[in-house]
Each structure stands twice: as structure tokens, then as C-alpha cells.
Design a protein around this ligand. Structure first.
Ligand code: HEC
Length: 135
């Protein structure tokens, strides 16, 4: 029956299409989970496990108004490093963070999502393509 076959074929195609689209869809929760691992491996030695930093040496990444809703600033700090005088919640820092540009676009996007969602009540994110464009 050609009609039935056509319907069946169409259904099959939809299933295949869905299967192709689904794995590509990242939820914020997935990115945050992945970003936590990136943070623990690459950032917490300086910025500390809770993101509280060390006063006068390493600025906090938790409750930091400089980075809240500013994912580009976090991404640029990772890609280009960060030095010179900064003030966070009234405390001064004048240190040097080396660039960590060897991290992948995806890893950087994930760690940005983690820092903002977990510690700065912000759901702003950047995609891996955004990070690539900032390099
Ligand atoms: C070797 C220690 C070190 C590591 C590792 C490190 N940082 Fe930093 N980071 C610093 C220092 C020191 C500063 C402050 C630099 C200054 O005084 O200008 C800083 C500043 C920053 C800032 C700017 C904060 C602000 O208020 O403007 C961000 C964002 C940041 N780091 C994110 C990260 C992330 C994310 C990682 C991991 C991918 C990371 N850092 C890894 C030492 C480090």
C-alpha cells in the first residue's frame, strides 16, 4: 500500500531527524555540571573551591559584581589572562592571572556557565561559538 508506506517512511525520517538533533541540545544544567569539573581542574587552586578567592591575592568569583551578567569578562580573563588593578566588593587586587587559552571553547563556555549560575545568580551564558569568536 503506497500511502501507508509513505506515512511510515515519513515517521521514520522524523525519528532519525530527532535523534540527530537531541544529542546536540545542551541544557544549562549539563553545562554547569561539566563546568564544575573544568573549574576544579583549572581555577580552584587560585580562586578556591568555594569561589571565595583569597583576599588581596586572588579575587572571588562568587558574588562578584564585576562578572555578574558579564560572561564576556570571564571568557576574556581565561583567554587573555588578567592583570592590573581591580576592585571587588571594596577589596583591591593587583596580581596576574596567566591566560588559559589552551582550554577548549566548550570547556570555557561550561566554566562560565558554572561560575555565573552557581555563584552569581545569573543564567547568562556563552556558546562555544561565542568563545571561538572572542579568541
Ligand atoms: C594561577 C592562579 C590563577 C588561576 C589558575 C586562575 N586565576 Fe583567575 N585570577 C587570578 C588573579 C591573580 C586574578 C586577579 C588579576 C588582577 O589583579 O588583575 C584573577 C582574575 C580573574 C578574573 C577577573 C575578576 C574580576 O573581578 O575582574 C576572572 C573572571 C577569573 N580570574 C576567572 C578565572 C577562571 C574562570 C579560571 C579557570 C579557568 C581562573 N581564573 C584561573 C589568578 C588565577
Amino acid at each position: 500500500m503506497p500511502l501507508l508506506r509513505r506515512v511510515f517512511n515519513q515517521c521514520n525520517r522524523s525519528v532519525v531527524l530527532l535523534a540527530m538533533v537531541l544529542p546536540a541540545a545542551h541544557s544549562l544544567a549539563d553545562d554547569v555540571t561539566a563546568g564544575k569539573a573544568v573549574y576544579q581542574k583549572n581555577c580552584q587552586a587560585c580562586h578556591q573551591p568555594t569561589g571565595a578567592g583569597i583576599k588581596g591575592a586572588f579575587p572571588p568569583l562568587a558574588d562578584n559584581p564585576n562578572i555578574k551578567d558579564n560572561p564576556e569578562h570571564i571568557a576574556n580573563s581565561i583567554l587573555k589572562g588578567q592583570s592590573g588593578h581591580i576592585t571587588v566588593n571594596g577589596d583591591s587586587y593587583n596580581g596576574m592571572m596567566p591566560p588559559l587559552a589552551h582550554l577548549s571553547d566548550e570547556n570555557i563556555a561550561d566554566v562560565v556557565a558554572f561560575i555565573l549560575a552557581e555563584w552569581n545568580e545569573s543564567k547568562t551564558t556563552l556558546s562555544a561559538a561565542d568563545i571561538k569568536a572572542l579568541r
